[in-house]
Design a protein around this ligand. Structure first.
Ligand code: CUA
Length: 161
């Protein structure tokens, strides 16, 4: 079989690209530890208010500048544990988000950060983020969830103490 010169070039290019992608995925998964989120933690959406820790949402310090942040989403609100929907987080803090929804699917995005999750009834969504920069960040819903979708938000203030 005779291969045209251009065919050989494109074959080499295609094979090379495939190898590069496989290496990128491999390094990302096994060296950097990026794994798909597991949906191992489940709960009954109707009983969210009674289950630990969702019966008492809010920011709790668990270590040296390390926090557990429990949030309950519902149409059309984020219960972040404060009346004014503003939560202050010290600059440089590592925050473990622990979030669920009581009713329908909601989004969970903190604009300007890498925090972006989908909240599904019956599941607990978790993510860890370190807030390195001071500022005011908006937590918002980015999944259309009903008539009050655009009202769903809270504020995170990263403060230098
Ligand atoms: Cu909740 Cu859109």
């Amino acid at each position: 079989m005779k291969l045209h010169k251009y065919e050989k070039i494109w074959l080499a290019f295609g094979t090379g690209t495939l190898l590069v992608f496989l290496i990128v995925v491999g390094v990302s998964a096994f060296y950097m530890g990026n794994q798909p989120p597991s949906c191992a933690v489940t709960l009954d959406p109707a009983l969210v208010d009674q289950e630990q820790p969702f019966n008492d949402p809010g920011l709790v310090q668990i270590g040296d500048n390390e926090y557990q942040f429990t949030i309950v989403a519902s149409a059309f609100d984020y219960n972040v544990g404060t009346d004014d929907k503003v939560v202050k987080i010290p600059k440089g803090a590592t925050v473990h988000f622990n979030v669920t929804t009581k009713d329908v699917i909601h989004g969970f995005e903190i604009a300007g950060t890498n925090v972006n999750m989908m909240l599904e009834p019956g599941y607990v969504s978790t993510l860890t983020n370190t807030f390195k920069k001071e500022g005011t960040y908006t937590l918002l819903c980015n999944e259309y969830c009903g008539i009050g979708h655009h009202l769903m938000h809270a504020t995170i203030e990263v403060v230098d103490e």
